[in-house]
Design a protein around this ligand. Structure first.
Ligand SMILES: [Zn+2]
Ligand SMILES: [Zn+2]
Length: 136
């Protein structure tokens, strides 16, 4: 493994593609209702990278502002790709499952347990949080 790792990903139809120039960190499952709806899935696994380390190489994500957050979806087919918590954030979150190889990026925490569906089984070995794991 070198210092110049790149991780590619994209939408379901192939019309939108991106490259991460660094390894995503802060890996976690978010059970909040907004992630659930946005992805059409019980929860979403996220990882963060510095803004500069995310490069869209094909297509153009469509940005949707909701609840003071910006979610980006592939304009071609609607795959949920990115999440920005605030305008001045240094990092951007990426849906780990949109990576070509999500295998190395197992979640390390589960957040927004307040909204978790009762039939989703949690990994008891991971830390959990009622809401965000951040103090801000
Ligand atoms: Zn969420
Ligand atoms: Zn697409």
């Amino acid at each position: 493994m070198g210092n110049h790792m790149e991780f590619t990903g994209g939408c379901v139809c192939g019309g939108t593609r991106y490259v991460l120039k660094s390894r995503p960190f802060g890996l976690g499952d978010c059970h909040c209702i907004d992630c659930r709806r946005s992805a059409g899935a019980p929860y979403v696994t996220w990882g963060s990278v510095p803004h500069a380390d995310l490069v869209v190489t094909k297509g153009e994500p469509r940005k949707i502002a909701h609840a003071d957050r910006i979610r980006s979806f592939a304009a071609c087919c609607g795959t949920h790709l990115f999440f920005e918590g605030s305008r001045d954030s240094d990092t951007i979150d990426v849906t780990i499952a949109s990576l070509d190889d999500p295998t190395p990026f197992a979640p390390q925490k589960a957040i927004w347990l307040e909204d978790k569906l009762p039939w989703v089984m949690l990994d008891e070995s991971l830390p959990t949080f009622p809401r965000s794991s951040q103090t801000s």
